[in-house]
Design a protein around this ligand. Sequence first.
Ligand code: SF4
Length: 405
Amino acid sequence: MTGASNARAAPPGCVVRAGRWTVHLCTPDEALHWVVDVEGRLLAGHVDGLHHRVGLDATVVARTPGLRGAARRLPPAEGDAVLAAAAGALRVVAEDLARGAVPLQLDHEAPPDAERARVADLLRRAADRAARPEDERAAFARVYRPVRVLPPDCAQALVAQLTEGCSYGRCSFCTLYAGVPFRIKPPAAFAAHLEDVAALLGQGAALRARLFLGDANALLAPMPSLLQALGALRARFPEAARGGVDAFVDVFSGRGRTADELRALRDAGLRRLTVGLESGHPPLLAWLRKPVVPEAVMGLVDRARRAGLDVGVTVLVGAGGREFDRAHVEDTAQVVRDMRLGPRDLVLLSPLVVDAASEYARRAARAGVRALAPDEQEAQADRLRAALSGGRWRVSRYDLERFVY
Ligand code: SF4
């Protein structure tokens, strides 16, 4: 498709399918497929056999098809080249659509001629936006600190950052919030943030199926602020609020939260807490510099469930390499089984990704810890899945590399 940027006509068989909130541009063989939102923002595409997802900040993640397809966050220059090619394709199809040379399929009731003109304009706008990724980056940076990761079923959530960064920030394997000072937004700043988010997303907010209260430790905010924030968030985005509000929590940010407080948060709209366990093997947790013990995570999970909240529990696949392999799998499976999670709860298997500049990399080198090869890491994930099968909870893959907001 990259060559399509210089094409003078839409590819053979190209069709535009328009809904109220998205427009798809695709060829019958799916060699070319781009998805644009109602604001003319490129969301995703299929190009040269790769799936691409495009973030609000113009970050592009490419991955090979399939459940275990490898994902890669493209460096800005490479991502911008993909967007430039998309811009070329969108522009050509927009003009062919406007003059009736490309079929338009509607999935809603609307006058066809007016829709053709609207969708052609939308594709032109999408082409302009895709051609200027630096504008998208700047607009995003005015509203958000980086949104590093969300649970996999929250990929389409609308994020509001009540807090920024991580209050701890010293887990050896984690560089997610490096350079982002932790802060809790006062109510007025949070209210302004919600308006900024609404302005950034525009009508595209209609595509967001739930809400996420970021960042890593939102539950560290005082209870009155939390309750107020949940109320303001749900009132500002009532459509997305129907899917409930999610948040991350760690033992050190949730330790002080009683079951009564968690129940009050649930009553205010909180739906699920995703808790960082990472491992059920205490020596590995210590080695990872994760300041928790499994019993404390189990206590927090128990309180959350008694309060009527769903929980997600993250497990770091491959943590501690070959040296910890067996004990990590055995102890983690035991701890998760002992949590007695329910059918709405999730265990999230997150493959370890080691940043060469991380404390983890330095510690592993010093201690001679041998990393699992990619196939060994997959095998460990399979063993964890097998050890966790038969429970009422769901087990899902949680791939940082695939995430883009
Ligand atoms: S793993 Fe969680 S608690 Fe640890 S540094 Fe990263 S965001 Fe913070």
